[in-house]
Design a protein around this ligand. Structure first.
Ligand code: COA
Length: 227
């Protein structure tokens, strides 16, 4: 997968709740980059779409040194980005159309969306692990991508966490059909199609397949799809 190395190699903090991070849904205060550029939180991007996104990007206190960067010709019918933590990066490529919500919680995470991607009513939650989406992807309405279950499940006997956060990586030229979900550790290779309402829970390694079902399995091989 094209951008998997960068996303997978980043450090993944084990703790799901760090001191100083707001609990989900309970931000203490918000820095708005257009109004209060503070604590090294930055927004970069030019053009009308980027200007609109700047207004709907929020850094939750006491977040610091986060960057949201948008490429050329960005278009949206409404995208809200929220970032809680420090040293995180949200990078959106050139010629991207994206509507929905991107939430980042953690430290040193990267959420990267490649060039020429289209996504509508898509929700990305990158908590304690990053998300990488390659170039030329089509993400249909209602798709849900998340890297953490948010709540810890432990094995009672051993005491260790059984559901740690893991990065989600999507290759280039992937079509994710309506209302599908990519959960922690999901990997979708180049050229694949994820079926309607399918749930991807593992890394697949074969390109150009239809992945479908709950949990998703290879349903067809050797396919190509049109936009
Ligand atoms: C993924 C998709 C495009 C595949 O279509 P297809 O190639 O014609 O595949 P088929 O319907 O012949 O199904 C192939 C196999 O996968 C299974 N399958 C297909 N989609 C599935 C799904 N969403 N969930 C579970 N199984 C599914 C079929 O049951 C079939 O299994 P079988 O071989 O055991 O009989 C289609 O199933 C789909 O999800 N369409 C929705 C598209 C969409 O959301 N469009 C919005 C615009 S972006």
């Amino acid at each position: 997968m094209s951008n998997s190395d960068e996303i997978l190699e980043e450090p993944t903090p084990v703790a799901s709740v760090r001191p100083g991070l707001p609990r989900p849904g309970r931000p203490r205060w918000i820095y708005h980059p257009a109004l209060i550029p503070r604590r090294g939180n930055r927004f970069e991007g030019r053009g009308l779409g980027a200007a609109w996104l700047r207004l709907t990007t929020l850094f939750y206190g006491p977040s610091s040194d986060n960057l949201v960067k948008v490429g050329r010709k960005f278009r949206t019918k409404g995208l809200v980005i929220t970032v809680a933590g420090a040293g995180n990066r949200v990078e959106i490529g050139d010629d991207v159309s994206f509507s929905g919500r991107i939430e980042v919680r953690g430290f040193g995470l990267t959420v990267k969306i490649g060039d020429r991607c289209d996504a509508k009513r898509t929700r990305i939650i990158a908590a304690d692990a990053g998300v990488g989406i390659g170039d030329d992807c089509l993400i249909a309405a209602g798709v849900h991508i998340r890297t953490s279950d948010m709540h810890v499940i432990v094995d009672r006997a051993g005491g260790e966490r059984v559901n740690p956060p893991r990065a989600v990586v999507v290759g280039t030229g992937v079509w994710i059909a309506g209302e599908a979900a990519l959960l922690k550790g999901a990997g979708v290779p180049d050229g694949c199609v994820v079926g309607f309402r399918s749930v991807v829970t593992q890394v697949f390694d074969e390109t150009d397949c239809v992945l479908a079902g709950v949990p998703a399995r290879v349903a067809r091989r050797g396919i190509a799809w049109t936009r």
